[in-house]
Ligand binder design. Sequence first.
Ligand SMILES: Nc1ncnc2c1ncn2[C@@H]1O[C@H](COP(=O)(O)OP(=O)(O)OP(=O)(O)O)[C@@H](O)[C@H]1O
Ligand SMILES: [Mg+2]
Length: 434
Amino acid sequence: MSSGRKRREGRNNYESINEFGGGRGGSGGNSHNGAGGAGGQGMGASLVVQTRNATLHTNLRVDLKDFRDVVKQLSQPHNASAPYPQEDMPSPHRIFYGRKALVNEITCLLATERTSRVCITGAGGMGKTSVALAVAKRAIRKNIFLKEHIFWVPCVEAKSPDLLRHILYAQLRITAETYDGLEPLIAELDASKQRRLLLLDNFETPWLSSNDPAKVREILVRLAKLPHIALLVTMTSGFTPGDIKWQHRPLAPLDPAAARDVFKRKYRDAADEHELVADGPELDELLASIGYIPLAITLTAASGGCLGISPDGLLRDWREEGTRIMSGNQMRSMDDTIRLSMKRGIVKSNPEALKLLAILSLLPAGTTGSNLEWWAPALTPSRRHVAVKTLRIAALIEQDHGPFATSRIFVRPTIQSYMSHQGRIPAEVRKPSA
Ligand SMILES: Nc1ncnc2c1ncn2[C@@H]1O[C@H](COP(=O)(O)OP(=O)(O)OP(=O)(O)O)[C@@H](O)[C@H]1O
Ligand SMILES: [Mg+2]
């Protein structure tokens, strides 16, 4: 796992502060007009006052942060050492378009016990966490859950059942004599019949990368057995974690109109409020070619806005450099997100799956299960099925709804570009007859 991704969701409201180093004002400063709009005044005395104010402001901020840390420590129960550092739930993103119907639908599902096990799946950067945070906000507003009864459980680092259990104890603020078992946690959750919502984010880490998947499954099943505990799980995968009756919501890319709105708002933010001028068909073409994927739109708009590149220029860059133009800042890049999916044990241990990914990356429109026989003749039918399933589990390819033989199997443009621009398609796949 890249360190850039680690704990990235834990930063409260990081996006609205200065997600890509090109945001407005913010503590990171701004590459366009210097600190906090001071440009233009230029008088010596005024500068001294401003500098002193800035120092005072910085000191106060540091002191306030220390103070908050102390209060947080003191508010932890003191009769047992914390099992894991507790992490606040990130604030919902400020710029959020195109998911209203889905957010309403999931909020309604969570309101009823019978339907309150919801799992959002989808490729890396499709916007799963953003939807989940928006649902949490709406559920509070609609009085479905009290704010203090919604628990953020970031699982991106939970590579073992032990870690997962410790994170659960920490996030639910439950202390016990030891954290070796789940009983105290289950007993505490069961003690009150108040409805609570657990938001388990990036559950693919324990599910796909843990050393003991059976134990991870057991933890999830025990939580799901508590009828008054609602679960909202996000997974960078094509499948839900088994043995639970999920309300499964696979996340699709944004529709073109929402993608446009997102691009323009994020471009303007990064360009220090300068509007995007050329927003005609070239912008539509750019958005279509990056597959309307929210992370791809966010990173492309941020780099375009920051450097002042038009959609036309970005389109040319995309054709030449692919996902390299979506490098964002140290926090997150498109390549990191894809690399993470490719590094899953299930993928690495199946060379046929990687070869199939290379083959599918050469087919922008995708193909059907039955036509795979033609594209990958070396694989027997059952090995083809296994390879497709493996890639879907890792969220590297998608399959439309329907029978294997006739439904479309395809690779999203960002993954396609990652494969083809960076030498990941072996020569024998490119030119089978050579
Ligand atoms: N509907 C949206 N409108 C605007 N921006 C969005 C939307 N959805 C997601 N984004 C932005 O796209 C980026 C990726 O979103 P998010 O982190 O929610 O994706 P994810 O699917 O949870 O990713 P991962 O698979 O890595 O966990 C974020 O910067 C987020 O602000
Ligand atoms: Mg996420």
